[in-house]
Design a protein around this ligand. Structure first.
Ligand code: F6R
Length: 243
């Protein structure tokens, strides 16, 4: 696991967008794994800037998002489909047919999971996966206790995750209780992973990720067994680790 420690959120976002732009320039049909949440917001703005300045084209790229809530419609302003359209896809030239998210609003969730996993494999697997991390060590929506061997599956969101995400909803009762997420196995099959972590309140999570035991109780810890992971952390998040 390589660590890049930077001064602040802006620099973290810039380092990450530089890595993604370079990847797509090297391999125009790269398969990108994408994340939602607060952490990558500036990263997406910088990708859009790079596209608008003519530094990169996403015409041949393919994307797969990590996760989507179950039971809210795709155009609900809190769905991850909506987030990705607003924050990225509406502003770049990645064709809609090449942008994939799990389908959380469907009759047969298991079929949706199996189809998603198959589609990732058909695309040749993810070349470069972006991750954030939850306070409890979740990656995607793989909550503590998720078996490392799981592929794309339906999860019950941990109460702490629903509380953390309630800030985006009118009340906690509106936060979905389930989601579809790429599994840990799916994530670990990515060729390269970039995990972004920012802010003092994530310092304990980074400490556990970098120095704690590798355990299903802290899902992100498995990343230590992946051969090609870059952690980009700002100083505040890195304040408890020895790097
Ligand atoms: C989002 C995702 C989650 C987030 C994590 C951190 O697609 O899979 O694992 O990366 O919950 O969220 P933020 O960035 O809002 O702190």
């Amino acid at each position: 696991m390589d660590f890049i420690i930077v001064d602040n959120y802006e620099e973290m976002s810039k380092k990450a967008s530089d890595i993604f732009v370079e990847k797509v320039n090297q391999k125009p049909d790269a398969v990108l794994g994408l994340a939602t949440g607060s952490t990558p917001e500036r990263f997406y703005e910088l990708l859009i800037d790079a596209y608008k300045q003519g530094d990169v084209s996403f015409e041949h790229a393919i994307s797969f998002n990590l996760d989507e809530y179950v039971g809210i419609s795709l155009d609900n302003s809190q769905s991850y489909h909506h987030y990705m359209n607003e924050k990225l896809f509406n502003h770049i030239n990645l064709p809609a047919a090449q942008a994939n998210l799990p389908l959380g609003e469907t009759e047969d969730l298991q079929v949706a999971c199996d189809n998603y996993e198959a589609k990732i494999k058909d695309a040749g697997g993810v070349d470069l996966q972006l991750l954030g991390i939850g306070l409890n060590g979740h990656i995607g929506f793989n909550e503590p206790g998720t078996p490392f061997e799981q592929e794309t599956h339906v999860v019950d969101l941990a109460p702490s995750t629903r509380e953390a995400n309630a800030r985006f909803f009118d009340s906690i009762d509106e936060v979905p209780t389930k989601a579809i997420t790429m599994g840990i196995k799916t994530i670990m099959q990515s060729e390269q992973i970039v995990l972004l972590i920012s802010g003092e309140k994530k310092a304990d999570a980074l400490y556990q990720l970098a120095e704690g035991p590798i355990t299903e109780d802290f899902p992100a810890s498995i990343l230590r067994e992946h051969p090609n992971v870059i952690i980009i952390a700002d100083k505040a998040a890195a304040s408890k680790i020895n790097k």
